[in-house]
Design a protein around this ligand. Structure first.
Ligand SMILES: CC(=O)SCCNC(=O)CCNC(=O)[C@H](O)C(C)(C)COP(=O)(O)OP(=O)(O)OC[C@H]1O[C@@H](n2cnc3c(N)ncnc32)[C@H](O)[C@@H]1OP(=O)(O)O
Length: 168
């Protein structure tokens, strides 16, 4: 039997479907909302899971934050496809991308602590980075970097979420 889906790099025509996948989760405050213009700008960060019929059933992105550090972002699976390994396949592909880029640590901010724990992520508590790197990262305007640093200005995003880290 052929695979029910494959994971590939996203293309610009995928962006409207990525918006469809992500919007209900943004409405439930599970994922951070992104403007379409920012999704097009970040399209090279995305992987998507596609059925043989060409339906996109999941997406996820890898954002590089520092020399050794990246973040898993916007990991979302269609409700009808939950529990079929799509999330696992996407996360594995993003981890492979991270290794290829030379990263050794992956961050995520999530309510899905069980899923990420089973993939080797651990609660990082109040940990961030050494002061010299902190001083550089804090200059970023990126919300995800601010969440990684646990800055007060993004507390409304991080509330109830767990900051998790994995060594690759
Ligand atoms: C950084 C961020 O983006 S954080 C936000 C993460 N995303 C969200 O919270 C959005 C809402 N949640 C989701 O979209 C999904 O629940 C996800 C992405 C977290 C998981 O997606 P899924 O496709 O359901 O994951 P997957 O099927 O791989 O694993 C779920 C369970 O199904 C089981 N499963 C069933 N079939 C399979 C299979 N063929 N292969 C692997 N696992 C399978 C696994 O045991 C797994 O159990 P676990 O969660 O206890 O480890």
């Amino acid at each position: 039997m052929s695979q029910p889906y494959t994971v590939r790099r996203a293309r610009t025509p995928d962006v409207p479907r990525i918006v469809d996948l992500v919007e209900p989760l943004v409405a439930r405050r599970i994922l951070l909302g992104k403007e379409r213009v920012d999704l097009y700008g970040a399209v090279q960060e995305f992987r998507v899971a596609e059925t043989p019929a060409g339906e996109l059933v999941g997406c996820g992105a890898l954002h590089v934050m520092w020399e050794d550090l990246g973040e898993v972002r916007t990991l979302a699976v269609d409700d009808g496809w939950l529990g079929h390994g799509v999330g696992h396949a996407l996360l594995s592909a993003l981890e492979a991308d991270a290794r290829e880029l030379g990263l050794s640590r992956l961050f995520c901010l999530t309510f899905e602590v069980g899923f990420f724990s089973r993939h080797g992520f651990a609660d990082m508590g109040g940990e961030t980075v050494d002061p010299a790197v902190y001083a550089e990262l804090v200059r970023s305007h990126d919300e995800g970097v601010a969440e990684f640093l646990d800055l007060a200005r993004v507390k409304q995003n991080t509330l109830g979420n767990t900051r998790m880290l994995k060594s690759l």
